[in-house]
Design a protein around this ligand. Structure first.
Ligand SMILES: [Zn+2]
Length: 480
């Protein structure tokens, strides 16, 4: 008996020793200084301001597409970036999607794609009075550039063109071919990017780096970490919507029966909201946690993150608490539309609900279906796929790939003391199409604590604009 106690005691001591050693040896990296950024010119600021003033809104109905505005935007590009238009042949695909090709001197290297979209979501008429600037004014004040689209995603498009124009003016010639690809419908169908990739496939083209919008820099998400964190998107969640239909004979509301279609559906939805799909730490999130672990000022958090081999379950539970981090560790499911009833004195025969799911890499639409079926466990509810749009989670880009490393190196050059880590994208971007033609898809723009996406007061720090142009300039220069 005594021997057993001594043995268990020894094991516990060893575990404690390993945990403490791993925690203490996990020291933050040395401070590192970024390079001096190229200055931002007034001309660059004017270009961004002008880009915002051209109202390239994406319509809900493709028939309402405003061709005149998109042509005005094309003219603006041609006028503002003469060297790009003189030296980089442009291919127009499906009217308003552009591919500019900057031929490299070594065609044996697979090209790099810098991409963005220039359509923007509409500004809600009722919300205009809440803005602190004219939504399509392109105003520059209080250190920001204001307006719909300045973040999403004219920041990328205009910065890419500013960088290319400046490099061309210096006579720069890349070794690796660079393609600049711009889409006109990311906020609606994304058909433009699909058509562009189809065009590339028809030419058997592949790319070793594709950089699109997505990940950003944060200095306020984690209170216990004092350094900026640059999250590089390396993969996207999948997407599926299911329709639940409850059916039972309705009738006059003056003589209700025990159960109605609404009751059945409500019970099913309640079951579904009570339970979540199982959580797990997928590779990029694990790497993210490992990379930030040395920098946390919370000792208990540092112990847990430095010893995921022992505390993985506790860490997952912790991440599950906030919606933004819960979405990183599991497939989420939420009802988005509920329909039933036609009159206040009629018990309806049908009740339907649409439930939207964002799928974690490693799982499928079928896994979501099976979970929903098992959780609801009611044969009175029919479950079908809503077939407007559905996609599997994307593969994830390796952090040891040339693509990740090139972007990581550039971020280190433009941000002081930055922690660079991979991240999972919970929403979808145009770049998901490019997974078919590249193993190096990366989602990142060097914008800090961005606010106003799709909402009011969309704005970008002028200093972030400068970072963006420098980011693309360095990516272009790295192709030498
Ligand atoms: Zn976007």
């Amino acid at each position: 008996m005594k021997k057993v106690v001594v043995f268990i005691g020894a094991i516990v001591l060893i575990i404690i020793a390993v945990v403490l050693t791993k925690t203490i040896s996990n020291a933050p990296g040395a401070h590192q200084k970024s390079s001096v950024l190229e200055p931002l010119t007034n001309e660059s600021i004017n270009h961004m301001s002008q880009a915002i003033q051209i109202k390239t809104e994406t319509p809900n109905d493709a028939l309402e597409f405003d061709t005149t505005t998109f042509l005005t935007y094309r003219k603006f590009l041609e006028k503002s970036y003469p060297l790009v238009h003189k030296n980089l042949p442009r291919t127009i695909i499906d009217s308003f999607n552009y591919v500019y090709e900057w031929k490299g001197t070594d065609t044996s290297i697979l090209p790099m794609v810098l991409m963005a979209h220039y359509d923007v979501v509409p500004v809600e008429a009722s919300a205009v009075k809440l803005w602190h600037a004219v939504p399509y004014g392109g105003e520059v004040k209080e250190g920001y550039i204001w307006g719909r689209g300045v973040l999403d995603d004219k920041s990328s498009m205009i910065s890419i063109l500013e960088a290319a124009e400046a490099q061309l003016a210096k006579g720069f010639q890349p070794k690796q071919t660079i393609l600049l690809c711009f889409g006109a419908d990311e906020e609606s169908s994304g058909n433009g990017a699909t058509a562009v990739v189809k065009y590339f496939k028809s030419k058997n083209r592949r790319f070793d780096i594709v950089v699109d919008e997505g990940g950003e820099i944060s200095t306020e998400e984690m209170k216990d970490i004092k350094r900026p964190i640059a999250s590089i998107g390396v993969g996207e969640k999948g997407y599926v919507t299911l329709i639940l239909t409850a059916q039972i004979a309705g009738g006059h509301s003056s003589i209700p029966g025990q159960t109605t279609a609404i009751d059945i559906l409500s019970k099913g939805l309640y079951q579904l909201r009570k339970k979540q799909m199982p959580a797990k730490l997928i590779a990029p999130i694990k790497t993210y946690l490992e990379r930030i672990s040395g920098y946390t000022e919370s000792f208990s958090k540092k112990i847990a993150l430095s010893n995921l081999w022992l505390f993985e379950k506790q860490v997952i539970n912790n991440l599950s608490e906030a919606p933004s981090t819960n979405a990183l560790v599991r497939t989420t499911i939420v009802p988005t539309i509920v329909n039933s009833g036609v009159r206040d004195n009629v018990i309806p025969t049908f009740a339907t609900a649409y439930i939207n799911s964002r799928i974690l890499p490693g799982e499928t639409q079928k896994d979501v279906y099976n979970f929903v079926e098992k959780t609801i466990n009611d044969t009175n509810i029919k479950i079908t796929y809503y077939n407007n749009y559905s996609t599997l989670p994307s593969p994830t880009t390796d952090i040891h790939s040339k693509a990740f490393k090139r972007v990581e190196a550039v971020i280190n050059k433009i941000v002081d003391d930055v922690i660079v880590a991979p991240m999972l994208m919970v929403g979808a971007t145009d770049s998901r199409n490019y997974r078919d033609v590249s193993d190096g898809v990366i989602n990142f723009t060097p914008i800090t604590n961005a606010k106003g996406y799709h909402g009011i007061d969309e704005r970008m720090l002028v200093t972030d604009y400068q970072k963006c142009i420098n980011f693309y300039s360095l990516l272009i220069q790295g192709s030498k």
